[in-house]
Design a protein around this ligand. Structure first.
Ligand code: NAP
Length: 294
């Protein structure tokens, strides 16, 4: 059996997603250096996985084969790459930067161009699957990259992904993630209205879901969230604040490419109302709270 050669990698951003992803790289035998803005999280990670701690993105990225990031938004990504003490200032020629943050496609292209001028490769690789997917090493990863660069990182991405695919050049990973979020927005609103209707009708929501989840109405949201929605529990992963960031990116891109997204725009406004009601940290299934309140 051929052994995978351990690589020298860095991981920037040990949040809900990045912490376990970096852990899977270490468990696979790669030499991992981590950077996190709040140092205590990096110290905890080192205790658990035995890597090295860096105090800036630049220090983490120096002399690495591949540098990963999973931070918050476009500006955060700019900060850890091209900002003061950013990773691009020290990355070696021919090394590759893999970004797992959900960002605009515009920032991916912008940073890929800067990286190319330094002979650094850039891959946009947003993920789906939530906290559970990250903790179970079972994420779906949507990749925008050159074929060459993709080939060079597939064995690394496989450490925490059950599915990854190159969809086209840089930016196409983010565009695919936007398609993913458009699907989720519509499905969650539909499911919310369906469960609300069931409750108003005096039906047993759990029993209804047991039946219809075996038919054409089935969805991941129904399988994983219907029960908690019926119980008014909204602490199961992807937060409304993150979803609004993502839908903002989607609606900006739709203005650029001329697509019409009336339902997505409407659901974005519903999420804005959830935030206004104090539910920014609720998970995305909390749309139902707008229907159930009276
Ligand atoms: P999170 O728990 O808030 O972690 C964000 C990480 O980025 C933290 O390590 C944070 O450092 C770091 N960070 C943010 N801004 C920074 C900056 N300007 N400079 C340096 N570090 C910075 O978020 P998450 O849930 O892991 O999500 C990360 C990304 O994945 C987001 O783009 C999100 O949309 C996407 N995503 C999340 C999920 C999910 O279910 N959570 C699912 C799919 C995709 P500190 O520790 O100092 O705050």
């Amino acid at each position: 059996m051929s052994e995978v050669k351990p690589m020298k990698v860095a991981f920037i951003g040990l949040g809900v997603m990045g912490y376990p992803m970096a852990g899977y790289l270490a468990k696979a035998g790669h030499k991992v250096t981590v950077y996190n803005r709040t140092r205590s999280k990096a110290e905890k990670w080192i205790k658990e996985f035995n890597g090295e701690l860096a105090i800036t993105p630049a220090a983490a990225a120096e002399n690495k084969d591949v540098v990963f990031a999973c931070v918050g938004n476009d500006d955060d990504l700019r900060q850890v790459t091209t900002g003061e003490q950013g990773a691009f200032s020290t990355m070696s020629e021919q090394s590759i930067f893999v970004d797992h943050t959900t960002t605009s496609a515009t920032v991916a292209t912008e940073l890929a161009n800067i990286a190319a001028s330094k002979h650094i490769g850039f891959i946009d690789a947003p993920v789906s699957g939530g906290q559970a997917g990250a903790e179970n090493g079972a994420l779906t990863v949507m990749i925008g990259a050159s074929e060459d660069n993709y080939e060079k990182v597939t064995h690394l991405v496989s450490c925490y992904a059950k599915m990854h695919k190159r969809l086209g050049p840089v930016g196409y990973g983010q565009l695919t993630k936007m398609v993913n979020q458009i699907c989720i927005a519509g499905v969650v609103q539909g499911l919310s209205e369906a469960l609300h209707f069931a409750q108003q009708s005096g039906l047993d929501g759990e029993a209804v879901v047991e039946v219809i989840s075996k038919g054409a109405a089935q969805s991941w949201q129904m399988e994983n969230r219907a029960s908690t929605m019926l119980n008014n529990e909204f602490d199961f992963g992807f937060a409304v604040d993150w979803m609004r960031k993502d839908l903002g990116i989607v609606l900006d891109e739709a203005r650029n490419n001329g697509s019409h997204l009336p339902l997505t725009a409407l659901v974005d406004q519903f999420y804005s109302q959830v935030q206004h009601n104090g539910g920014g940290r609720f998970d995305t299934s909390s749309l139902i709270t707008l229907l159930n309140k009276d």
